[in-house]
Design a protein around this ligand. Structure first.
Ligand code: GLU
Length: 505
């Protein structure tokens, strides 16, 4: 077969917020498209009007914008294959439904929901197929005149796909290999409903993939059972030669590996399952999102990329550009991928370490100023450089760095009991004087002078430094003492020591 241009699509139904599994599907499509210099199409599959949720489409677009997953064409992006919203393609589907009807590959069925229900009660494991269709009310079992009469009277009908029984259907899947199922297990799927003049998912999906010249269908494992039917539809239309290649991605599993990841797992274990916060328009319920929780988009991307794929070695940190180079559908696993959200936190931590300190400083300054604290951005960046290895989220930075900018007003009780000795007030008063005498306030010189003083006096270094830390920080944490004092400066260091001597009892 001639080389085709790579064209992939992400085709969500706007039935609510985008699940994190859907984000991974879109990401894999994107990586594949970019790697092959192909196109990434954004199609909205909204033929099931009952399940339409307002706001979902915008939500999905915003999510990908945040994550840096870009589309080349589609809803809100334009392109030559539009419209890209299925509800705007009714006439197109109608034409293709008629083609199947005329060629005898599909038929009209009038069975009402009640009649179908009665059949199900009558026949165990009833399936509308070759073995039962002649006993049903459809254009194969009824005289043509009656069919025409019912239609002209406006009786509602559906169009069903006529599946030939007992045939092995092969789905050639890049990840799963040759998947074979027997056509007898398939039912005559409804392709179209006269009631809303809309096709079902199966027909619209196949027609659009064909017309939009999609070369690869990369989607979640939950769509694998539909694939044989899709293969048969391509065949019924005579489109075998341009049938897309399938790749069904592994399921996302609960963190413990037992079953499919659900929103409830996130609620129960405290992690988001949606990219952005979602406000349900009906219930008013708010579900947390990765963005609002404080995840960096590059961390989320890196985390998701490795859920079901790996580069073949133990490299873990990969930028979008690297992922585009390394991604390989053949290296995707068949087995489900455990959703290890602790790993996502780890990625976030890693990406904070890689982030530019000035950029982080600008973000932290917003928070600082909201609390009425200000400082030069260079100073903030310097502090962040010293402190960021201690945080997993940008929003934790301020709390972690605060003591550099705001003197303690309280002293941690436990630390005070343990670290502030009887001799501490006198020793700290002395230390304040020693520090006042230091001209070169570099880290090294401070350390030399203070250590010499401790030695000369025969003091215990631990006792001095612990009390010193309590005075400067207000608790027992923090980096090297002279790293801190170098940043806050001599005057502030002395002031904090004096205040501690007065206030710690
Ligand atoms: N509309 C389907 C969805 O919501 C698309 C499935 C497919 O990619 O074929 O995921």
């Amino acid at each position: 077969m001639a080389e085709r241009r790579v064209r992939v699509r992400f085709a969500p139904s706007p039935t609510g917020p985008l699940h994190i599994g859907g984000v991974r599907t879109a990401l894999y499509n994107y990586l594949f498209a970019r790697q092959n210099g192909g196109d990434m199409v954004f199609r909205i599959e909204d033929t099931d009007s009952n399940r339409f949720v307002p706001g979902a489409e915008d939500y999905i677009i915003e999510s990908f914008k945040w994550l840096g997953v870009e589309f080349d064409e589609g809803v809100s992006f334009g392109g030559n294959y539009g419209p890209y919203r299925q509800s705007e393609r009714r006439d197109i589907y109608k034409k293709y439904v008629n083609i199947l009807l005329e060629s005898g590959k599909a038929y009209i069925a009038f069975d009402t929901p009640e009649e179908l229900e009665a059949k199900r009660n009558e026949i165990k494991n009833f399936q509308y197929d070759a073995s039962t269709r002649m006993s049903m009310r459809n254009s194969l079992a009824m005289p043509k005149e009656e069919v025409d009469r019912l239609i002209s009277e406006g009786v509602q009908y559906v169009v069903r796909f006529k599946i030939e029984p007992n045939e092995d259907v092969h789905v050639n899947d890049i990840i799963r290999g040759d998947v074979v199922i027997n056509s007898s297990i398939l039912d005559d799927k409804v392709l179209y409903k006269s009631a809303d003049e809309l096709p079902t998912y199966h027909l619209a999906n196949i027609v659009d993939d064909h017309l939009m010249e999609i070369s690869h269908v990369i989607r979640g494992e939950e769509w694998l059972p539909s694939a044989p039917l899709h293969v048969l539809l391509y065949r019924a239309f005579g489109w075998e030669d341009t049938m897309p290649q399938f790749a069904h991605l592994p399921l996302l599993l609960k963190p413990d590996g037992n079953g499919k990841l659900s929103k409830r797992d996130g609620d129960r274990l405290g992690f988001p399952v949606f990219p952005l916060e979602w406000h349900d328009p009906k219930s008013g319920e708010i579900s947390s999102g990765y963005r609002e929780t404080g995840y960096l988009p590059e961390a989320v991307i890196n985390f998701l990329a490795l859920l079901g794929w790996n580069p073949g070695n133990d490299q873990e940190i990969m930028s979008m550009d690297e992922l585009i180079k390394l991604f390989d559908l053949h290296r995707c696993s068949k087995a489900g991928a455990k959703f290890d959200f602790e790993k996502c936190k780890w990625f976030n931590h890693q990406y904070i370490q890689l982030k530019d300190n000035t950029e982080l400083a600008q973000q932290m300054l917003v928070q600082m100023r909201a609390e009425g604290v200000d400082a030069p951005v260079e100073k903030v960046a310097k502090v962040i450089g010293m402190m960021k290895s201690r945080v997993s989220f940008v929003k934790e930075l301020w709390d972690t760095c605060k003591f550099f900018f705001v003197a303690p007003t309280e002293y941690d009780e436990k630390t005070r009991k343990k670290r502030w000795k009887e001799e501490s007030p006198a020793q700290m008063t002395e230390l304040a004087e020693v520090i006042a005498g230091i001209d070169d306030f570099s880290i090294e010189n401070q350390e030399n002078v203070v250590m010499k003083w401790i030695e000369d006096k025969g003091y215990n270094t631990g006792i001095i430094m612990n009390a010193f830390r309590l005075a400067i920080v207000g608790e027992g944490k923090g980096p090297h003492m002279f790293d801190i004092t170098e940043v806050i400066g001599k005057e502030e260091t002395i002031a904090r020591i004096k205040r501690a001597v007065e206030n710690i009892k």
